[in-house]
Design a protein around this ligand. Structure first.
Ligand code: DOR
Length: 429
């Protein structure tokens, strides 16, 4: 089967260019990228006025399977990914049982293959059971398909364990994705320390709870030579530490989530549990620093940290509510509305943080639309205005602080291995 994506503006992350070209796909591969390709014998997607990008990759997603299928399954999470424009996701290991051994990694890959939605790249746990004490079977998990290691959701408290994990990960040739949080500084806090926390009478989490571990892990990456990826950067101090470390040549990359560059701690006002997330939403100064970090390249990646929770886990007292929010179906719209439209990033810069950069960090094939490349493609209507309605999410969970937000920019076609998996709004002939 041939598909012709006609009249769009094609993004090439290897050159950072946007050019008006047609893309012809046959079976699973791109076969031509030129202007004026004939549509004879092909399904034609009219992409005039739209961006045609290599498939978007979300390198920080919680798919919840095995163990928490009431929140999300691999099938529903990957359907949500396609809906949001992502052709691939990296799945975090805080499942039940924890993805800390090759059997679970294989199970995740099997379920992903059966779902046949977006691609799933499993992330293995750094330590057994996420307990922080004993290293997990990293080599075996890597052989089974784990592309990175992380205890996301929990910190690795012991510097000694983290150092050994980095030495091992370096040997295996994969990155450590660090959830930077010092429990002793969190000390029971439930939102960011600051005026809003004081007004609400909620215990605050200081910025140092994140920064202390960012500083430690940068040091360990520097001395071990391990590729460190700092997950969900939320504070100005973390951005500064990462920027300085990059200048020194420390092998570090970092990511920011849309909620950390769009919202402040004020979103928690009224004890809004849909805005309860870890790390917490921070001050305006922190948001500004995250935006600057994205703009100057200190932060390499935009990821959702899609963290689905059931209604009953959020409809409780703020102190008791689960942390996290769903993001697969809102991230792209938030990126175009809050980064591209105000000129924080160009469309090409934003898309690089959603394609080439996560691919490079995870050791995936180059994301570029050229003859011979695997046809993973996202077609984006950057003008389309839409309102976030959680009832329309394909995710099993609806915990979002963005309900009712009016966004501009949406994926209208998501193509995985040459198959159109989401198709809305693109006129076909
Ligand atoms: O808010 C969060 N939720 N932060 C994390 O790091 C983990 C995630 C989850 O798994 O729910």
């Amino acid at each position: 089967m041939k598909i012709l994506i006609k009249g769009g503006t094609v993004f090439d992350p290897s050159a950072g260019t946007l050019r008006d070209l047609d893309v012809l796909i046959e079976d699973a591969r791109v076969i031509k990228v030129e202007s004026g390709i004939s549509g004879r014998g092909a399904i034609v997607l009219d992409a005039s006025g739209m961006l045609v990008s290599p498939g978007l990759i979300d390198m920080h997603v919680h798919l919840r399977e095995p163990g928490y299928e009431y929140k999300e399954t691999i099938a529903t999470g990957t359907a949500a990914a396609l809906s949001g424009g992502f052709t691939a996701v990296a799945a975090m290991p805080n499942t039940n049982p924890v993805a800390d051994n090759p059997a679970i990694i294989e199970f995740i890959r099997k379920q992903a293959a059966a779902a046949a939605n977006a691609r799933v790249y499993p992330v293995g746990a750094i330590t057994r059971g996420l307990e922080g004490n004993v290293l997990a079977e990293m080599g075996e998990m890597h052989a089974a398909g784990a592309l990175a290691f992380s205890n996301d959701g929990r910190p690795v408290v012991s510097a000694g364990v983290m150092r050994r994990a980095m030495q091992y990960a370096r040997m295996v040739g994969v990155p450590i994705i660090s959830h930077c949080e010092d429990d002793t500084l969190v000390d029971g806090g439930v939102m960011s320390e600051g005026l809003t926390a004081s007004v609400l009478g909620l215990k605050g989490i200081p910025a140092a709870a994140e920064e202390v571990i960012v500083a430690r892990d940068l040091l360990l990456a520097e001395t071990t030579g391990c590729a460190l990826h700092v997950a969900h950067v939320s504070t100005a101090g973390s951005v500064r530490l990462i920027r300085e470390a990059k200048r020194r040549g420390v092998p570090v990359t970092a990511e920011a989530t849309a909620h950390h560059f769009v919202l402040t701690d004020e979103a928690v006002a009224g004890y809004n549990t849909s805005a309860k997330v870890n790390p917490p939403l921070r001050s305006r100064t922190d948001v500004q620093a995250v935006l600057e970090g994205l703009a100057d390249g200190s932060i390499d990646v935009i990821a959702s940290d899609h963290a689905p929770h059931a209604d009953y886990e959020k409809a409780v007292e703020f102190d008791q509510a689960a942390m996290g929010l769903v993001g697969l179906e809102t991230t792209l719209g938030l990126v175009f509305t809050y980064l591209v439209e105000p000129g924080v990033l160009t469309a090409a810069e934003a898309l690089t943080r959603l394609t080439a950069n996560p691919a490079r960090i995870l050791g995936l094939p180059e994301t570029v639309l050229k003859p011979g490349a695997v046809a993973d493609i996202t077609v984006i209507d950057t003008h389309c205005e839409w309102e976030v309605d959680p009832n329309r999410f394909l995710s099993k969970s609806q915990n979002t602080p963005f309900a009712g937000f009016k966004l501009r920019g949406q994926a209208v076609a998501t193509i995985v291995a040459g198959k159109i998996r989401k198709h809305s709004g693109v006129r076909s002939q």
